[in-house]
Design a protein around this ligand. Structure first.
Ligand code: S3P
Length: 447
């Protein structure tokens, strides 16, 4: 595969907007798009993907699948064909480069381990600073031989036989669960992953759609997934639903800009992903959800958002896994609310593309909003609608979600807000600029 997509980069700023209006189709879900390439690459037969998110992170997973022996073809916008390896990945001679993508590298580590192949894994500066032991430890327990750079990338896997384990991840992480389940496909025996707190379940849903037999038991907030190996996937079509995490930027932009009334179509409606909607509704947001068609085994919805007065709340810590990527932009909503929004249970934010807890606090301070940063919490003192000074320059630290949040805050501020580099936005939401423009917002290069 050889695909080049032009992307904006450098510093940009958001101008204070008048009412946002219009309808956008939500961009394809990043989690499902990664999995479509990885599962398609493992499967026997041809997987046809429609609505794929053509972001840099996802494209890197497609390139890795190709380097591991799958045939990956681009048929048109969002439309791809993956001829899989039937579980027999070949060992690539060059390192697999995942760029900025934690999901891509961690899931692929599991898939490669399960296939018995050997590979080296590398990434950009941000990804090379992120913890990999959360995945290499359980895979190592299964028999995978990893060499890492002090628990980080670059890392190398030397293929060999695996056996099943029973595993309770010490952190709530869908990436960890998914890596173990993908490795379990090639392991002898029944692997059991027990999660005390539910995390996104796309891997389980998609494995079942690819013909894998697995057992899922739910008990309150806990889930236990059992998978007996070895098993081979059978290709199946994947029509990617819209990404609730990317949709959050337009949703919050509409809430904070007076007079706004916007609609997002085709957003995935999965309780493991929609904690932000619950939270915004509790803050007083006028959000209407209308069910849409099922896509890739997921429900979808149309979301209508109207500008609303918001009130600060305490966001329950146990809700964090269902909105973990949305906290930076929730901080923007909190800045425009009346009163304090307290967000506990955020320790995982420090292990994302950047330290998002510190980065979100810095973004708010730069734009004149008071925030208390705890070890694993944020408390934002809202300034009410129209009360945010703006005028700040956000340091994005190679983090797409900080970059988009640092722009959204300026759409309703008293002065434009700027971010130091927008290049990383293309890792998850390349249509961000077009979508904000369609809704009536102005994003422009900053001096
Ligand atoms: C993802 C899981 C989450 C999330 C990431 C995507 C996935 O990471 O932050 O953007 O697709 O499985 P963790 O598993 O580290 O919580």
């Amino acid at each position: 595969m050889n695909t080049i997509f032009p992307r904006p980069s450098g510093a940009m700023r958001a101008m204070p907007a008048t009412a946002l209006s219009g309808t956008i189709k939500a961009p394809g879900d990043k989690s499902i798009s990664h999995r479509a390439f990885i599962l398609g690459g493992l499967a026997k037969g041809v997987t046809e993907i429609t609505g794929l998110l053509e972001s840099d992170d996802v494209i890197n997973s497609g390139r890795a699948a190709a380097a591991l022996g799958a045939k990956v073809e681009h048929l048109g916008h969002g439309h791809w064909k993956v001829t899989g390896t039937g579980g027999r990945f070949r060992s690539p001679s060059e390192p697999l480069d995942f760029g900025n993508a934690g999901t891509g590298v961690r899931l692929m580590m599991g898939a490669v381990a399960g296939s018995g192949a050997s590979a080296a894994f590398v990434g950009d500066e941000s990804l090379s600073s992120r913890p990999m032991r959360r995945v290499t430890d359980p895979l190592g327990e299964m028999g995978a031989r990893f060499t890492t750079t002090d628990g980080r990338l670059p890392a190398r896997l030397d293929g060999g036989p695996l056996s099943a384990i029973r595993y309770t991840p010490p952190i709530a992480s869908a990436q960890v669960k998914s890596a173990v389940l993908l490795a379990a496909l090639g392991a002898t025996g029944t692997t059991v992953v027990h999660e005390p707190r539910i995390t996104r379940d796309h891997t389980e849903t998609m494995l079942a759609a690819f013909g894998v037999s697995l057992d899922i038991q739910r008990d309150g907030p806990a889930t236990t997934v059992s998978l007996s190996g070895p098993q081979t996937l059978t290709a199946c079509p994947v029509d990617v639903p819209g990404d609730p995490s990317s949709s959050a930027f337009a949703i919050i932009a509409a809430l904070i800009v007076p007079g706004s009334d916007i609609t997002l179509e085709g957003v995935m409606d999965n309780p493991a992903r929609t904690g932000l909607i619950d939270t915004l509704k509790e803050m007083g947001a006028d959000i209407t959800l209308t069910p849409g068609p099922d896509m890739a085994g997921e429900k979808t919805m149309m979301i209508r958002v109207r500008h609303s007065r918001l009130t600060g709340i305490t966001v329950p810590a146990e809700r964090a896994p269902s909105m973990i990527d949305e906290y930076p932009v929730l901080c923007v909503a909190a800045a425009y609310a009346d009163g304090v929004t307290y967000m506990p249970g955020l320790e995982e934010l420090r292990a994302k593309e950047s330290d998002r807890l510190a980065g979100s606090a810095a973004l708010l301070r730069a734009n004149g909003v008071a925030v208390e940063e705890g070890e694993d919490s944020l408390a934002v003192t809202g300034m009410g609608m129209g009360g945010v000074p703006g005028g700040g320059m956000t340091a994005t630290h190679h983090d797409h979600r900080l970059a988009m949040s640092g722009l959204v805050i300026g759409l309703a501020a008293q002065s434009p807000s700027a971010v130091d580099d927008v290049a990383m936005i293309a890792t998850s939401y390349p249509d961000f600029f077009e979508h904000i423009g369609t809704l009536g917002g102005t994003l422009e290069p900053a001096a």
